[in-house]
Ligand binder design. Structure first.
Ligand SMILES: [Zn+2]
Length: 155
């Protein structure tokens, strides 16, 4: 058991760290963004497009991190109920308007997604699910994750 924990600790230390819930409507400390290699961005949080906040788009781009998509509106269990291609496309479009390129990776809110939604996402993006959260350090803006950011920082 101890060997497994040490092994996991080392894997999480080496693999790129991530931060979820990056969007203008959620406060996010700069040092957390700095620490992370991949930023998971919510394109339409509270129905407000990231693309409307040019300053935020520029600032986020200037961090020079890998940018991925995290849900479309990020409502509770958003991708547990069936969504169509149009729904997903809405998020992709706002992401693209903001950053100038389409997202290549997707992580659903609460890491919950139905099989048919997963197939839909996989048509255009890679999908990050539960194993991803185990093998990577995943911080959360606003410290809203299952585990607090300070703990993620250590383990
Ligand atoms: Zn989230």
């Amino acid at each position: 058991m101890l060997g497994l924990i040490v092994c996991l600790f080392l894997i999480r230390l080496v693999l790129p760290s991530q931060i979820d819930d990056v969007t203008p409507g959620i406060p996010c400390e700069d040092y957390l963004l700095e620490k992370s290699d991949v930023l998971y961005v919510i394109p339409l949080f509270e129905n407000k497009s990231i693309a409307e906040d040019r300053e935020w788009c520029e600032k986020t781009l200037s961090l020079d991190k890998e940018l991925a998509m995290h849900g479309v509106y990020h409502t509770w269990k958003e991708f547990d109920e069936n969504r169509d291609a149009e729904y997903l496309q809405r998020g992709i479009e706002e992401f693209e308007k903001c950053f100038g390129f389409a997202p290549e990776r997707f992580k659903p809110s609460q890491i919950i997604i139905s099989d048919s939604n997963a197939r839909l996402v996989l048509n255009s993006m890679e999908l990050d699910l539960r194993w991803n959260q185990i093998f990577h350090k995943v911080y959360h803006c606003n410290d809203s994750g299952l585990y607090p950011n300070w703990l993620i920082g250590i383990f």
